[in-house]
Design a protein around this ligand. Structure first.
Ligand SMILES: C[S@@+](CC[C@H](N)C(=O)[O-])C[C@H]1O[C@@H](n2cnc3c(N)ncnc32)[C@H](O)[C@@H]1O
Ligand SMILES: Nc1nc2[nH]cc(C(=O)O)c2c(=O)[nH]1
Ligand code: SF4
Ligand SMILES: [Mg+2]
Length: 264
């Protein structure tokens, strides 16, 4: 369903269920909905339906989903439409991603409906927002300082988002609640060795804050790169860092297979 270019509504940061009498229908701002292979993390290679919501509370300079964050575009889809589209595909795994899917209260209703239908649900989240929902795998990607849109790295403006991104990118309380309540993977986007001290410090803090173990086996290093050319520069370095530190490495299979094509 190619909806990536449609702009039906202004992107907000919060949806409304309509339950309070608002005329907005139950549903979500959906940037794209497609069938592919899970490209990242412990479930890489699993056929999955991807539901990509629009709108994000952060602005990573490298965001590979520009039309959900820097310039959010979407169609507004009702829950029943989303479910029908999901059920038209041959998959029992659904990946809810964005943008930041946990911005939207209605994501909980979608996850509940998917749980009722016995789907395995993965939620791709930046880890700044906690919601109570039937999530089978919380795929948490906390954002490092190297993601911050400084004026030199801003893809759109002149660093207007730098401070807000920097202030909001780590929320230890939300991270602790996510790892305590859900099966999880922590998936860090890494460019080079300079990212490692921050990852180690964050893991120390999170291990102190959370009352569940966080084994290195649940910590994944993912090379930064939205294109094959960029991944060719980062992936070997990141694989070697994973070996040096005893963390896992995750490829970006979809980029290897389809480069930066939409709906992959
Ligand atoms: C577009 S984000 C949406 C979910 C959520 N906002 C987040 O950041 O986790 C999906 C995944 O892509 C990763 N990602 C985005 N841009 C990337 C890039 N240029 N290279 C590597 N990973 C990237 C994110 O870290 C996250 O794991
Ligand atoms: N194939 C594929 N796998 C993915 N895993 C996480 C993705 C995401 O954008 O959240 C993603 C994606 O965009 N495509
Ligand atoms: S948090 Fe995720 S969706 Fe938001 S800008 Fe960063 S990578 Fe993109
Ligand atoms: Mg992606």
């Amino acid at each position: 369903m190619p909806v990536s270019d449609s702009v039906d509504r202004e992107a907000g940061t919060e949806t409304d269920s309509g339950a309070d009498g608002d005329d907005r229908p139950e549903g979500l701002p959906i940037n794209e909905l497609f069938y592919s292979l899970q490209g990242e993390g412990t479930l890489a290679g699993v056929p999955s339906v991807f539901v990509r919501t629009s709108g994000c509370n952060l602005r990573c300079w490298f965001c590979d989903s520009y039309h959900t964050s820097w310039e959010p575009t979407h169609a507004w889809l009702g829950l029943e439409e989303i479910l029908a589209e999901i059920e038209s595909h041959e998959a029992d795994h659904v990946v809810l991603t964005g943008g930041e899917p946990l911005l939207h209260e209605e994501s909980v209703a979608l996850l509940e409906a998917l749980d009722d239908r016995s789907y395995h649900t993965t939620v791709e989240t930046n880890g700044t927002i906690y919601r109570d929902a039937p999530i089978d795998l919380a795929s948490i990607s906390p954002k490092l300082e190297s993601s911050t849109p400084t004026p030199e790295r801003d893809p759109k403006g002149d660093g207007e988002w730098e401070q807000r991104h920097e202030d909001d990118r780590i929320d230890l309380e939300a991270l602790a609640a996510l790892v305590e309540d859900y099966e999880f993977q922590l998936k860090f986007v890494v460019t080079d060795a300079e990212d490692m001290p921050e990852i180690l410090a964050l893991l120390d803090d999170l291990r102190d804050a959370a009352d569940v173990p966080i084994p290195n086996d649940d910590v994944l290093l993912m090379p930064e790169g939205a294109t094959r050319d960029r991944l060719a520069e980062t992936r070997t370095r990141v694989a070697e860092l994973a070996m040096d530190y005893g963390f896992r490495y995750t490829p970006r299979l979809h980029v290897d297979l389809w480069n930066d094509a939409p709906e992959t």
